[in-house]
Design a protein around this ligand. Structure first.
Ligand SMILES: *Cc1c(COP(=O)(O)O)cnc(C)c1O
Length: 375
């Protein structure tokens, strides 16, 4: 059997031709017309009014915080289960990440935690992370933030292609952030963008990513800003990738269903000792949920780790779900209790989820999981 990767970017001749044509056209490579075209495609797809491309989905979060007026020393609430980029983007601009536990229903920030923490600490902004594109308490947290004059930012890096209650994930917050790094549903190698419906915030983001420049091409700088610009060379790839997004969304739905139909029978522990928990797809009205990766949760961290080693020996690559942030050395906080993220995350495994995966690959992965448990 061939090696089955956990994920891989998916480029083909369309991207190659677009890059070739662009280079032949004499463009300056840096951000210009092709980037405006790519931004417009993101607006059209997500329904956001404004989109600004930036160099990645981490600095995008720092810029979003600066745009809403967060100052050094301010506290920003983030979930204890997310990619390290979320708290690091907070720390990078001299702010203090405060961690809230996630809910066991979605593994996203728990509304009860938001309320509890905002009662005892002065929180300037909340970053909601749609982890594996699940939204959990998204709209309730947003309403709470609006009422309490707290900025609400969405780290929707994993969620391009997912809609919730008729709106694209990432368009609920004051600002939403996406990433185009290699593992994401579409990629430009590195890259990211911010979306917003607020013209003033949009203008602030534009300045922040371009040295605080007054307008196009001059050297007048009434505002602070750095350089987080994108490139047209990446945008021509992004444009081709955006054209393929609807097809990738369908493919991901199909992949999820095939795994779910086969593995969900083990959600109750069987006589073989196999237990696999999966979150059911969200089928609410107006909601079109696709996972970023297919995630399963085993009965313990040890079973998860052993299964991972076994699958590797069968040339199947998997990836551990992120460790809870309080277990990362840089943020270690042993005196703080995060029962839900510390229970779930160490049992979580991302299965092969590439957009190039075949039905045979999926069946093979499921078969090997069953073999591991001798059933
Ligand atoms: C990928 C990701 C990021 C970081 O994006 P980069 O483009 O790699 O900087 C941030 N947050 C989440 C939730 C992500 O999945």
């Amino acid at each position: 059997m061939d090696f089955i990767p956990q994920m891989e970017p998916n480029f083909s001749s369309e991207e190659a031709d677009a890059v070739y044509d662009y280079m032949k056209s004499g463009g300056w490579v840096t951000e210009f017309k092709k980037s405006r075209e790519f931004e417009q495609m993101i607006c059209d797809y997500t329904g956001a009014k404004f989109c600004h491309l930036v160099n990645n989905g981490t600095l995008s979060l720092s810029l979003a915080l600066l745009a809403v007026g967060v100052q050094p020393g301010d506290k920003v609430l983030v979930p204890n289960l997310t990619m390290i980029a979320t708290p690091n983007a907070v720390k990078f601009i001299g702010c203090v990440p405060v961690f809230g536990d996630v809910s066991g229903d979605s593994l996203t920030l728990d509304m009860k935690e938001v309320k509890r923490i905002c009662r005892k600490e002065k929180i300037k902004a909340v970053i909601h992370v749609s982890l594996n594109t699940r939204v959990g308490d998204l709209t309730h947290i947003k309403d709470f933030c609006t009422k309490n004059n707290i900025s609400f930012i969405e780290d929707s890096a994993q969620s391009l292609g997912s809609f919730y209650k008729g709106k694209h994930v990432g368009t609920f917050g004051d600002i939403g952030s996406f990433s185009f790094s290699s593992p994401k549903i579409i990629s430009t190698g590195q890259g990211g963008c911010l979306v917003t419906n607020d013209e003033e915030l949009s203008e602030k983001i534009r300045r922040l990513k371009d040295f605080g420049r007054d307008g196009g091409g001059n050297d007048s700088h009434p505002y602070f800003g750095i350089n987080c610009k994108f490139t047209d060379l990446q945008s021509v790839i992004g444009i081709e990738q955006m054209k393929k997004l609807p097809e990738r969304v369908d493919k991901m739905k199909d992949t999820w269903k095939r795994y779910y139909d086969r593995l969900n029978q083990y959600s109750v522990q069987s006589s073989h000792g196999i237990k696999i928990e999966m979150f059911p797809p969200n089928n609410q009205e107006g909601t079109s949920w696709i996972p970023w990766f297919v995630d399963i949760y085993l009965s313990s961290e040890k079973v998860r780790d052993n299964l991972m080693v076994y699958l590797k020996s069968k040339k199947i690559e998997t990836r551990k779900v992120y460790p809870p942030i309080n277990r990362q050395k840089i943020y270690e906080s042993p005196d703080q209790d995060f029962p839900v993220s510390n229970d779930w995350a160490p049992r979580g495994l991302w299965l092969p989820s590439s957009s190039k995966l075949s039905h045979e690959d999926i069946d093979q992965v499921c078969q090997e999981i069953e073999n591991f448990f001798n059933c």
